[in-house]
Ligand binder design. Structure first.
Ligand code: PLP
Length: 406
């Protein structure tokens, strides 16, 4: 028996366990002050589900209690009622035409962005933004596609630094790459891509027979018309892109678990439809999302659901603005927030990400996320999130303003 030695290459959840450890140590040494800790580091939502979703779930539970309406295994790719709701609202309403066989309902974008590698040869060069959502990198390490870590970077991964100098947008690769992970609006930088710039990526991928894995988990936060909510708003995307979507941030489903992935029939390599491969992969390794969850997801698209979710999103968007404006007013260089729940800031006076983390924790009892944890190019940056309560967000921003305005 031989183990998958690729797992030995990965540090165990280095970023968030390190944050938790530092907060624990601070709390043990400063129990009184620690009572005032405000966490603006989390990527999890905090507001409860929209009432329309709760109502739909209750109704579905009742159906499960009667023999006539009980449901067993769900279809692997999703119930038609949800596939149609997704297709009509997220695509047809925006002039994008899909058949529901191109949409695959799942338990979330983490699983799908992590599992998608199954359908590609290990012999592909992967391109990722730096900083990046760690799942894209770690799953390629696990499967053996990453090569070895040399000076903090994986030898077979092509890194695309996203820095203030390039507006946090990846530049078109100067070398041949095969699998390109893009996430917009971006985690962690909070920055969005314009339709014009995304078109350049679509053209590159089509010309170079590369595939774009487009994570649009944060599309619900888009506010600007120049910013696409789906890569399929871009002409040519159907022949080069797979899109991942999630109800987690859109509708507070982080604990409920539901998302979906679009694999167009037009996406073909060597005459093979990737749609068939993903369908086969899901049918073999995934057994569908619960009926109750899918009814809740369907309710996201009801008139009531849409109204309620808009209010929830507005709450987080307001928090994002409070952080952005507050920090900008005391001299920080701040990014993101406009189309995203994330605020990305340059640490002051050339401080390291972790040094700044310690300062916020020790002096102000505010917890954020050091940018370096998302990749080497995140060093010198820091992420705050809009998912806290408005009261705590305001308090944290006041503390930061008082301290740094001095
Ligand atoms: N993709 C990105 C970029 C994320 O930041 C997250 C969660 O933080 C996810 C995917 C996970 O989404 P889900 O909850 O649908 O698994």
């Amino acid at each position: 028996m031989k183990i998958n030695e690729n797992f030995l290459k990965i540090e165990s959840s280095y970023l968030f366990s390190n944050i938790a450890k530092r907060v624990r140590e601070y709390t043990a040494a400063n129990p009184e002050k620690a009572k005032n800790i405000i966490r603006l580091g989390i990527g999890d939502v905090t507001l409860p589900l929209a009432p329309a979703c709760i109502e739909a779930m209750h109704k579905a539970v009742d159906e499960m209690s009667k023999a006539e309406t009980f449901r067993g295994y769900p279809p692997e790719y999703g119930y038609d009622f949800l596939l149609n709701a997704i297709n009509d609202n997220d695509y047809k309403a925006r002039g994008i035409d899909f058949d529901i066989s191109e949409i695959f309902v799942s338990d979330g974008a983490k699983s799908d962005t992590g599992n998608i590698g199954d359908i590609f040869s290990l012999d592909n060069r992967v391109a990722i933004c730096d900083p990046v959502y760690p799942v894209y990198v770690d799953t390629n390490v696990m499967s053996g596609r990453s090569g070895d870590k040399v000076d903090g970077k994986w030898s077979n991964i092509y890194y695309m630094p996203c820095l203030a100098e390039n507006d946090f947008l990846p530049e078109i690769p100067s070398e041949k790459v095969d699998i390109i992970y893009l996430c917009f609006p971006n985690n962690p930088t909070g920055m969005a891509i314009t339709k014009d710039y995304l078109k350049k990526w679509v053209d590159y991928a089509n010309a170079n027979k590369a595939v774009i894995l487009y994570d649009s988990a944060y599309e619900a936060f888009v506010t600007e018309d120049s910013v696409p909510r789906s890569i399929y708003e871009i002409e040519g995307a159907k022949t080069c892109a797979i899109e991942f979507r999630s109800f987690s941030k859109t509708a507070g489903f982080t604990g409920v678990r539901c998302g979906y992935t679009v694999v167009p029939h037009d996406l073909q390599f060597d005459g093979v439809e990737l749609n068939k491969f993903w369908a086969r992969r899901q049918a073999t390794k995934f057994n569908g999302v619960s009926y109750i969850t899918q009814r809740a997801a369907e309710a996201v698209y009801s008139d009531e659901g849409k109204k309620q979710i808009k209010e929830i999103l507005a709450y987080y968007q307001n928090n994002a603005k409070i952080i952005y404006d507050g920090l900008a007013s005391c001299g920080f260089k701040v990014y993101g927030a406009k189309n995203s729940p994330y605020i990305w800031l340059k640490t002051p006076d050339g401080m390291g990400s972790w040094e700044f983390f310690d300062l916020l924790l020790n002096e102000l009892q505010v917890v954020g996320t050091p940018g370096e944890g998302f990749g080497p190019a995140g060093e010198g940056y820091f992420r705050l999130t809009a998912f806290g309560s408005t009261e705590n967000t305001q308090k944290a921003v006041e503390r930061i303003k008082n301290y740094f305005s001095k």
